[in-house]
Design a protein around this ligand. Structure first.
Ligand code: TRP
Length: 333
């Protein structure tokens, strides 16, 4: 039987090269071989940004356009919107009973995010519980695989713990464990050398950036602070330009030559950055052009249809879960 894959994104802004490398490329590889649900998790995005609802709504459209622009095909995938699938919320609420507050407080991803976002002492209950909502996403669609980055592993582990507990109390054959598929691409650093590319750090190259913007961002990249003149010997380790070339430059043989040239001296930063700009523009400009050609109405229709289809699937799982849990059906919708 064809396997189900589920991925999701919080719509916190337009997608950037880090998303492209870390998740969009693997979704493109999975389309066709898997039944793939791609969830825009706008309700989850609210859990630490409850005052930014309108922005999350406009980001939702940007993310949708980015998906379509990179080649996510609506015929091969179900692109859907979390807030349009009420069964997910209901399922999450039921699953909440199988999870202890202590285990949520111990969740390393929640802890790390809370620290970064200064939420200690004022953490919204919705934020503390978002891993349960995410478990509901995973279980509602009966996902077999969830392609994720390492930071999301505790979420899948929690979903699987819920499944095991559910099965102990209510039996098997209703919800099932999912397998995390870790992406093997290295994390793309930001243009400032920070280990993570992110909108909030202001160090991202976006999939809709124009060529001048890309080149301008590459110019600001951190290289080797001791490589001042082109003739100076340069360092490759920790040099952000080389980190990018490592993942995006297609001719790795030539890249090795560039590296030894740089180390020996004689290869200037501006020449090197020119090579990277060209490499990135070749990737980004077709995506940007495809994005500009998308009709917004058509894109919204794709999201509508996908959400409708996903709602049916999630509702069917929810009904089974309710039945197993013995919930009174007298007033069932
Ligand atoms: N937590 C994910 C993120 O921060 C988004 C997400 C929501 C998700 N639901 C999901 C990811 C289900 C995988 C599966 O981007």
């Amino acid at each position: 039987m064809i396997k189900v894959a589920l991925t999701g994104d919080r719509p916190t802004g337009k997608l950037h090269l880090g998303h492209y490398l870390g998740s969009l490329k693997s979704r493109l590889e999975l389309q066709g071989s898997h039944k793939q649900y791609i969830l825009i998790a706008d309700i989850q995005a609210l859990t630490d940004n409850f005052h930014l609802g309108e922005q999350i709504a406009s980001n939702t459209l940007e993310v949708l356009l980015d998906y379509l622009a990179v080649g996510i095909c609506s015929k091969k995938n179900t692109v859907c919107l979390q807030s349009g699938i009420p069964a997910l919320g209901e399922l999450g609420w039921l699953l909440m009973n199988l999870v202890s507050v202590a285990s949520l407080e111990r969740n390393p991803t929640v802890k790390e995010e809370a620290k970064q976002k200064h939420l200690q002492g004022k953490m919204p209950a919705g934020f503390l519980c978002y891993p349960v909502s995410q478990a509901a996403d995973i279980l509602a669609f009966q996902a077999d695989v969830v392609p994720v980055g390492a930071d999301q592993l505790p979420m899948i582990e929690l979903a699987n713990e819920i499944v095991r507990k559910f099965q102990r109390f209510y039996g098997e054959g209703c919800i099932k464990e999912a397998e995390a598929k870790l992406s093997n691409t290295p994390r793309l650093p930001g243009i400032d050398g920070n280990r993570k590319m992110s909108k909030s750090l202001g160090n991202a190259i976006y999939l809709c950036d124009d060529n001048e913007t890309v080149a301008g961002k590459v110019k600001t990249m951190f290289t080797d602070p001791n490589h001042i003149k082109a003739t100076d010997k340069g360092r490759v380790e920790g040099n952000v330009v080389f980190s990018y070339l490592d993942v995006f430059y297609s001719d790795q043989g030539h890249l090795n030559e560039l590296k030894s040239h740089y180390q020996k001296g004689g290869l200037g930063d501006s020449t090197l950055k020119g090579i990277l700009s060209k490499t990135l523009v070749e990737i980004i400009s077709p995506i940007r052009e495809a994005r500009n050609k998308i009709n917004l109405k058509d894109a919204v229709e794709i999201l509508h249809q996908g959400t409708k289809e996903a709602s049916l699937v999630a509702k069917s799982t929810l009904d089974k879960v309710k039945e197993r849990m013995g919930i009174c059906r007298i007033c069932s919708p």
